[in-house]
Design a protein around this ligand. Structure first.
Ligand SMILES: Cc1ncc(COP(=O)(O)O)c(C=O)c1O
Length: 385
């Protein structure tokens, strides 16, 4: 399966209700405030008649950019609404950022393992991925990155701001500062992806790189509402900093503007405390789900299985003995009505065939529990056969 095949297959399986949904990194619509958001959208449509059936300004709706700017202040980085451009999810934000900093043939440094959608975007843009050694708890190995940068020409680095996909690791603030200093020394732009930042289990939201940088690096910040509120609305944003002009040119070429009503509905939802109330509940449920999933894994997977312990997000990364084949398990699991993400799609060089990612984003019930346990039994059976 190619990386693009994996993206397409996992999205396709995500809409197949017959499968136990351990594959796609998307929260259960039942855990999101979908109805309330949809009502906001319907109200907007009703109140303004045909008035919203127009192109949004290229930068996006001012009301939404104002709300995002307010929230960025709370996360520790002061953005003005004019610093922000609304995108079609974080996917478009990453595409615009990469297109602005690199040209085909360039090399981009990424975490390893990393989100397969990013690898797909690199492939489509003709960019090469350089995989950085990444610890499941501490994140990117800074000393290893320093050695790489002394030898290799890298056009940009793409890193998660917190709770990477699939490891769930979050770099400590001190390490983030060291990494920023290293990139500044080599004048390498940083693209940061903060889609999971709002789903933290600790008291504090991890500070993104942009909040620690103080303008020393060329930094592009990308995020979206897909993991915390509305994957189906396809609303994200980018703060392109020094690359504002190039990003805007690309936005106009790719999509001209972002649909109006989803932006306005989200802006209305953010104006008030509904989003914060929702996030408090969502974080609690997702943390509980992860705990239940870990228990089901410990009871069913083969001895020697290692499981990540993320402090945010809703994904678990499992490492099985070296000779285990998660691709064979994937085919067998589908026949058993279970979907998950095999490990090799998280690496451009197809490492991690003995690993897999499970998503705990769906409401935990008997079906989820027995799906994980069945998967564990299938994995055990593969290792003894
Ligand atoms: C790390 C990461 N970045 C970006 C995305 C894509 O986000 P969006 O749905 O907003 O395009 C995902 C989705 O899984 C992701 O895990």
């Amino acid at each position: 399966m190619s990386i693009s095949g994996a993206v397409a297959a996992l999205l396709e399986h995500a809409s197949n209700n017959a499968l136990v949904p351990l594959g796609c990194a998307v929260p259960d619509p039942g855990l999101l405030r979908s109805q309330r958001l949809d009502l906001a959208l319907a109200r907007m449509a009703r109140q303004h008649g045909a008035g919203h059936n127009v192109y949004s300004p290229p930068r996006g709706e001012a009301a939404l950019r104002r709300e995002i700017a307010k929230r960025s202040m709370r996360a520790g980085h002061a953005l003005s609404p004019d610093d922000i451009l609304i995108t079609g999810g974080c996917t478009e934000a990453l595409m615009l950022a990469l297109g602005a900093v690199a040209k085909p043939g360039d090399t981009i440094a990424v975490e390893s393992p990393t989100y397969f959608g990013l690898l797909h975007t690199l492939e489509v843009l003709g960019l090469k991925a350089l995989e950085l050694s990444t610890d499941p708890i501490r994140g990117v190995d800074i000393a290893a990155l320093a050695r790489v940068l002394d030898k290799e020409t890298v056009a940009a680095c793409v890193l998660s701001s917190g709770f990477s996909n699939p490891l769930g690791c979050a770099m400590a603030e001190g390490d983030k500062r060291l990494l920023l200093a290293l990139l500044a020394k080599h004048a390498i732009p940083l693209i940061e992806d903060d889609v999971y930042g709002d789903v933290h289990f600790g008291r504090e939201r991890p500070k993104p790189f942009i909040a620690l940088d103080h303008g020393k690096n060329k930094l592009i910040y990308c995020s979206s509402f897909s993991k915390s509120l509305a994957p189906g609305y396809r609303v994200g944003w980018i703060a392109p900093g020094a690359y504002a002009q190039r990003v805007m040119e690309r936005k106009l070429a790719f999509s001209l503007s972002t649909p109006v009503l989803p932006q306005l509905a989200i802006a209305q939802f953010l104006d008030g405390n509904a989003y914060d109330v929702h996030l408090r509940r969502l974080r609690r449920v997702l943390e509980e789900n992860l705990g239940k999933m870990v228990r089901a894994i410990e009871a069913s997977f083969p001895p020697g299985t290692r499981v990540s312990r993320p402090t945010g997000g809703f994904m678990l990364w499992l490492e099985l003995p070296k000779h285990f084949d998660s691709r064979a398990l994937f085919d067998e699991a589908l026949e058993n009505g279970i979907c998950f993400a095999p490990g090799d799609v998280f690496s451009a060089s197809r490492r991690y065939r003995n690993c897999l990612r499970l998503s705990a984003g769906h409401a935990w019930d008997e079906r989820m529990d027995s799906g994980v346990r069945r998967l564990g039994q299938l994995a055990r059976a593969q290792l003894v056969s």
